[in-house]
Design a protein around this ligand. Structure first.
Ligand code: CA
Length: 231
C-alpha cells in the first residue's frame, strides 16, 4: 500500500520541520507549500491525499485556499484539516464554514494531530458496497459520490456528504448531535456538538438552493432528521 501524501501548507519553517518529522515517522509522505498560491499549485501537481492548512498564511489565506479547494470539482472531496493558532469559537466555525473537515489548534501534540488526520482520511474513504440512496427528490450515489436533487447536481463538502449519506439511509429517524458525531465523525475524535449544527447548516443550504422545500428537519433539543417537510 502506498503511503498517503499530506501537503503541509505552513509559512513557519520550524513548524514545517516538526510536522514533516512526525508525519514521516507515522508513515505519511509529506510535501510542502509555504503560501496559499504555492499550495494550490502543489495540489494540482502532486494530488495529495490530505491538506494540512495553516490559517495564517501570506498572500492567500488558509480559509481562501480551502474555499478554492471546495469550489474546484477535482478537489471538492479532498480532505482539509486547518491549523489555527487562534482559539476563538468564531474562527473555528469560520474554518468549518469554509469547507474544512476538521481543525487543530496550536500548540498541539503530534499524536493528537496524527489521530485527527487518520480519522479524516478514514471518513473520506468511499464505501463501495452501497449504491444509490433516495429520499423524496434527493438522490445520493454513494459509489460515485454524487448528490442530486430533482435531477440537478448538488455539490457537497466531504463532511456534508457523509452526513447526508447517514441521514438518507434512515429517513424520518431523528438523530441527536451525539449520535451524528459518532456515526459521521467517529468515536475516536473529539468534536464539539455545535460542529454538527455548522455542517447541518451547510448541508441544508446546499440541498435547499432554488427555493426547494427543506427536507432537513430540526427537532428542537433532540437533533436532526431527513424528513418530509411540514407544510
Ligand atoms: Ca502561519
Amino acid at each position: 500500500m502506498t503511503k498517503p501524501l499530506v501537503l503541509v501548507v505552513e509559512d513557519e519553517a520550524p513548524l514545517v520541520t516538526m510536522l514533516r518529522y512526525n508525519l514521516e515517522k507515522e508513515g505519511f509522505q509529506v510535501c510542502e507549500a509555504s503560501d496559499g498560491e504555492e499550495a494550490l499549485v502543489q495540489i494540482a501537481e502532486r494530488k495529495p491525499d490530505l491538506v494540512l492548512l495553516d490559517w495564517m498564511l501570506p498572500l492567500v489565506s488558509g480559509i481562501e485556499v480551502c474555499r478554492r479547494i471546495r469550489r474546484s470539482p477535482e478537489t471538492r472531496s479532498l480532505p482539509v484539516v486547518i491549523l489555527t493558532a487562534r482559539g476563538e469559537e468564531t474562527d473555528r466555525v469560520r474554518g468549518l464554514d469554509s469547507g474544512a473537515d476538521d481543525y487543530v489548534v496550536k500548540p498541539f501534540s503530534p499524536s493528537e494531530l496524527v489521530a485527527r488526520l487518520r480519522a479524516v482520511m478514514r471518513r473520506a474513504q468511499p464505501n463501495a458496497t452501497q449504491n444509490v440512496l433516495q429520499f423524496a427528490d434527493v438522490e445520493v450515489d454513494t459509489v460515485a459520490h454524487r448528490v442530486s436533487r430533482g435531477g440537478k447536481s448538488i455539490h457537497l463538502g466531504p463532511t456534508e456528504f457523509r452526513l447526508l449519506r447517514y441521514l438518507i439511509a434512515h429517513p424520518g429517524r431523528v438523530f441527536s448531535r451525539e449520535q451524528l458525531l459518532d456515526a459521521v465523525w467517529g468515536h475516536d475524535v473529539y468534536v464539539e456538538a455545535r460542529t454538527v449544527d455548522v455542517h447541518i447548516r451547510r448541508l441544508r443550504k446546499a440541498l435547499n438552493s432554488d427555493d426547494a422545500v427543506d427536507v432537513v428537519r430540526t427537532v428542537r433539543s433532540a437533533g436532526y432528521a431527513l424528513d418530509h417537510p411540514m407544510r
